[in-house]
Write a protein that binds this ligand. Structure first.
Ligand code: FES
Length: 573
């Protein structure tokens, strides 16, 4: 029984009499754990994504220890378990291909074991949505502890981080930087534990869980090496025991109102475009009705308050010193649902109404925002019937209304082969179109949507062009990139039918993306269009390509949407 008299789920294992209970308990005791240490106590799973192949999460063993201390202090019994960890920098063809697989691991690991609640240790980009998605499908009490961003990188007196990686690569292409200088810079970029130090996808995900109410206040921005990161891990360990005692499940927190708050807050922080595809997938798991249109409608009147790279100039460390996400949420209180209850057990209003801002240059006010343009826009038209995503705050203002000639690449190999060809017929006003990089097409919807510009364009001093694809863009990247085009080209979307020289019109203020080709001509082209064959005829890739949903539905696997709860239907003991 919990403190409040609820029957603990773990009692189905450790509370049994006879042979079954004996086996469950005996194998716990083999590590020297006495009876009183775990019997009749909330058992708290610590779901750990530590891996040396996920460098952003390499400090998670220490973080887990702080969670353990908190759980024990509050009267719970901590059990740490590993799940598939997704390292953004190393995994091929893209970590996104494995987000849904990792979520299955998380879901089944939680359900199959005697845990009453879970602490999700999330860091590098996909480790957050995969853990949250999997946990949602079990729907036990759960709280997120994020790993925190790295300290700001320093190179020759300048502050740098992941976003500079794109700039350095372009400079090497044009000869403004040597390869040796780039090597020196890369050694200065990641100077501490933690994830990317800008408002990239990992930081966006950390802000997302705090905005949804799945973490304690202040979780998002504390740098990984800061002692406050360990403190919040400890307090989260304490709080999850209370959540089990109160039976506060994920579905009690993740209401439609919580999702609406998260969308508004993401707009104000200039969060990554990846936020859209992950939030849609999470909503699909917990059973909240959310559509692509909601992102546009809910973010329309919210300005960009936060001056952080890649939309601005500062870093996550500066964001933390300026007050972090609590200062942003306080500024947004008039437009948020302030009565929603978070994992802290308190309302948004109570948690954030006194949050201070220490640096208005980093966190501006609603009345005098950093930028008026909204963080995300959803554009639609015959080229993206179900919608496409773009980030006006990271784009070139002069390209937000643009008509140009399509320069088409059929797939990523075609792009790599021809992009720097001096004979490529391309001009600065053209629009680069990349096909077959969507969920099915790549497979896994890689972050190639902000494709690098042709060398001959860069040499003219041009740093941005309109780029359109069914792929994603790294949260650390920038540029006028129209992403997540749905339906994707590999699924027969109109994108598959675009040819060199077609005229495309992008009109972000009016949310339009139009291919100026007649319906008759498109119907003719469709007659000769054939889908690409599966990249691999077996294993997980096959399962993924046959079952993945389109980007506007979150690119989850169709059979994973929804939840099955925490009950284990069959019992062999
Ligand atoms: Fe892990 Fe950027 S590579 S967060």
């Amino acid at each position: 029984m919990s403190e409040k008299g609820n029957k603990l789920r773990s009692a189905e294992w450790f509370g049994r009499k006879g042979k079954d209970g004996l086996i469950y308990r005996a194998w716990m005791k083999k590590s020297g754990i006495p009876n009183h240490y775990f019997r009749d106590k909330p058992v708290i799973g610590i779901c750990n994504t530590w891996s040396e192949l996920t460098p952003c999460n390499s400090h998670f063993r220490n973080l887990a220890q702080s969670v353990r201390d908190g759980v024990i202090e509050a009267g719970g019994f901590p059990v740490e378990f590993p799940v598939m960890s997704l390292g953004e920098t190393l995994m091929k063809p893209t970590a996104m291909l494995y987000r849904n697989l990792a979520s299955m691991d998380v879901e089944e690991s939680i359900r199959a074991n005697p845990v009453d609640g879970v602490v999700l240790l999330c860091g590098c980009d996909k480790t957050t949505p995969s853990l949250v998605m999997g946990a949602c499908s079990v729907d036990l009490p759960a709280i997120v502890v994020s790993g925190g961003p790295m300290l700001t990188g320093k190179f020759r007196g300048a502050s740098i981080s992941t976003s500079d990686g794109w700039r350095f690569a372009d400079k090497v292409k044009t000869g403004e930087m040597t390869f040796e200088e780039m090597e020196e810079a890369e050694g200065s970029m990641c100077r501490s534990d933690g994830h990317c130090a800008v408002m990239g996808t990992a930081s966006t995900m950390a802000c997302m869980v705090e905005s949804l109410g799945l973490s304690l206040a202040g979780n998002a921005a504390i740098p990984a090496p800061d002692m406050h990161r360990k403190l919040i891990a400890h307090h989260s360990g304490m709080r999850i025991v209370e959540m089990v005692n109160e039976n506060q499940k994920m579905s009690d927190i993740l209401t439609r109102k919580a999702f609406e708050n998260a969308i508004k807050i993401n707009t104000a922080i200039g969060g990554s475009t990846n936020f859209v595809v992950h939030l849609l997938a999470i909503a699909g798991r917990i059973g909240v009705d959310l559509s692509l249109d909601d992102f546009d409608e809910l973010s329309r009147d919210i300005p960009l308050l936060v001056n952080l790279q890649p939309s601005g100039e500062h870093f996550m460390e500066d964001f933390y010193y300026a007050g972090g996400l609590p200062a942003v949420i306080k500024e947004l209180l008039p437009v948020l649902h302030t009565d929603v209850i978070t994992a802290a057990g308190s309302s948004v209003n109570k948690l954030y109404s006194d949050a201070p801002c220490y640096n208005p240059d980093v966190i501006s006010t609603f009345d005098k925002p950093f930028k008026e343009e909204t963080g995300l826009a959803i554009v639609k038209g015959n080229l993206a019937e179900y919608g496409a995503v773009m980030k006006p705050s990271a784009a070139t203002p002069g390209l937000l209304i643009h008509k140009g000639r399509a320069v088409v690449f059929e797939d990523i190999e075609d792009y790599k082969e021809r992009i720097n060809d001096p004979g490529l017929d391309v001009h600065p006003d053209d629009i680069l179109v990349l096909k077959n990089v969507g969920p099915k097409g790549y497979p896994g919807m890689p972050e190639v949507g902000n494709m690098g510009l042709p060398k001959k364009i860069l040499e003219q001093g041009i740093s941005d062009m309109v780029r359109i694809s069914d792929g994603r863009m790294s949260g650390t990247a920038f540029g006028t990139a129209v992403l997540h085009v749905s339906p994707e080209s590999a699924d027969g979307g109109t994108l598959a039918l675009v040819q060199n020289g077609d005229i495309i019109e992008l009109d972000v203020p009016n949310r339009k993306l139009i291919l100026h080709v007649t319906e008759e001509e498109l119907a003719e082209r469709r007659k000769t269009w054939n889908p690409l064959p599966l990249h691999m005829g077996r294993g997980y890739w096959k399962l993924y390509q046959e079952n993945v949903l389109q980007a506007h539905l979150g690119a989850d696997l169709d059979f994973l949407r929804g939840k099955s709860g925490g009950e284990v239907k069959r019992d062999s003991h």
